[in-house]
Design a protein around this ligand. Structure first.
Ligand code: SF4
Length: 491
């Protein structure tokens, strides 16, 4: 143990990291550069969480927001104490420090008997188990700071809320009993974590299913660098408890798995396939699937926004709102046309988008998509919201043909790394087509960029973002076109 980390304090998020994995906690404090950059979906969730937090405050009327610069954490604690001393009864983002641990409470509310309630706001549609230790550490630190805590609550999104009536956007549930069951663990955990962060070297902890649960660990690339997909945790549909049990026995790599370990045929096939490393192509299956296609072929892809706080008539939280599509049409003589639509402002994108879609998609011909449940959901929801177009939209839905099925059933390649997504398949089959060169490289990033683009007042930035979004969506559909040509050649 060295003295280099003696002054390091914990925070609520570090406490939760420690609960997931002590190595994660150690790395976050002592070697944070080993973390991978946060994936786009996490950035999107973070932005959404901030928006939900701000909206939640408005349901409490006049509260006092601790607005001090967050990098000066002791000042935030001081301002919170001042607010309490001045008799503020609702405090947003109050910051507390006890037992070397900082926590920030989304909302605290004073009761008539001078006790307080803690309300944790979550941008989710249900209460997850991991929210309970989050509230337990808050309660522990607030009580240690001298507050009497009465209840602990979770405020989360109500999927039944329908815009424009946002009066029932949130559900608030009392979880005091569940928090009480965890509170006695907090002090011991903090003591352990304070020791862990002072270790000279990172703790030796095996990888396992905990690397993705309850949160995706940012050090996965680092810890998993030498094992890739050759672990027992990659075995498809293997029960979580069996994974834990194998890990406890020190069985991590597929090579270490006993030959007689009970597995299903599919799981055994997966392991053989990983070891043999051979490409498996079921030509008959592919030919049969391709034979169901009818010209002209439409290669279609939507980009959607999925907001926790609905903003268009008749929509609910987390509904998928299409704001862009790209469509290539391939005729029997191999001629190709391209159509697209992207919504450019903050108004409801659905009607103009669907009008463009039904105008451009022919009355006949298959509609090729990659993972049809997504497009089906978007089209069905559009048909429900705009019944005057339901006939055409239903016709498109009925003609969906899923290219994803080919890679789920008939085409396996070791370099797909056990994933059938377009982003995994494309670089292996058509290496010259790549998302790497694009400024927007995945769907969640497209959501982020679209939300920025419709709000920016800077024309240059706006035009650049429009171009980036167009290039991304077009790439998704061009990828399907090229994969289709390749499959035709194969069979
Ligand atoms: S990847 Fe797994 S083992 Fe490594 S720090 Fe994260 S949770 Fe711990």
């Amino acid at each position: 143990m060295t003295g280099k980390n003696m002054s390091k304090n914990l925070s609520k998020s570090k406490y939760l990291s420690g609960l997931q994995c002590e190595k994660r906690l150690w790395l976050e404090i002592n070697d944070p550069d080993k973390a991978s950059e946060a994936p786009e979906y996490q950035k999107r969730l973070f932005e959404q969480g901030k928006e939900v937090g701000i909206t939640a405050r408005s349901y409490f009327g006049e509260g006092y927001l601790i607005n001090t610069d967050r990098s000066k954490i002791y000042n935030c604690v001081g301002e919170t104490q001042n607010a309490i001393a001045r008799g503020k009864s609702i405090i947003f983002e109050g910051t507390f420090f006890h037992d070397n641990t900082f926590v920030m409470a989304n909302i605290i509310k004073k009761n008539k008997d001078e006790s307080w309630d803690i309300i944790e706001v979550k941008s989710a549609i249900s209460i997850k188990d991991e929210y309970i230790p989050d509230l337990a550490v808050q309660k522990y630190v607030l009580e240690g700071s001298g507050l009497k805590i009465n209840g602990t609550w979770i405020m989360y999104i109500n999927r039944k809320c329908v815009y424009p009536d946002l009066s029932n956007l949130f559900v608030i549930k009392d979880v005091s009993d569940r928090v009480e069951e965890k509170i006695h663990e907090v002090s011991g955990n903090i003591t352990t974590f304070k020791d862990v962060i002072k270790f000279e070297n990172e703790p030796k902890i095996l990888i396992g299913p905990h690397c993705n649960s309850p949160y995706a660990c940012p050090f996965k690339e680092y810890c998993w660098q030498n094992v890739g997909n050759r672990t027992v945790f990659n075995i498809p549909k293997l029960d979580y408890n069996k994974k834990i049990e194998l890990r406890e026995r020190g069985i991590i790599l597929l090579e270490q798995l006993p030959n007689d370990y009970p597995l299903t045929d599919v799981q055994r096939k997966y392991i053989n396939w990983i070891f043999n490393g051979q490409t498996e192509i079921d030509h008959v299956g592919i030919r049969k699937k391709l034979s169901k296609l009818e010209y002209p072929l439409h290669f279609l892809d939507f980009e959607t926004d999925s907001s926790a706080i609905p903003r268009f008539n008749g929509t609910r939280p987390f509904d998928k709102i299409p704001f862009q599509y790209s469509c290539y049409i391939m005729y029997k003589n191999r001629d190709i046309e391209h159509f697209e639509y992207i919504h450019l402002d903050q108004t409801d994108p659905r009607l103009p988008l669907l009008e463009s879609l039904v105008k451009n998609i022919k009355q006949k011909g298959s509609v090729v998509v990659y993972y049809a449940p997504f497009e089906r959901e978007v089209l069905t929801s559009l048909a429900k919201s705009f019944p005057e177009h339901s006939l055409q939209l239903t016709s498109i839905t009925n003609r969906l043909w899923d290219q994803f099925d080919i890679f789920k059933r008939y085409y396996k390649h070791p370099d797909f790394r056990n994933s059938n997504s377009l982003k995994s398949v494309l670089p292996v089959l058509i290496p010259e087509l790549s998302y790497k060169e694009l400024a927007v490289g995945e769907g969640n990033q497209a959501q982020l960029v679209w939300n920025l683009m419709i709000r920016t007042k800077n024309e240059v930035d706006k035009n650049q973002m429009i171009e980036d979004l167009r290039a991304y969506c077009k790439m998704d559909t061009l990828a399907m076109v090229e994969i289709h040509k390749l499959l035709k050649n194969i069979v």
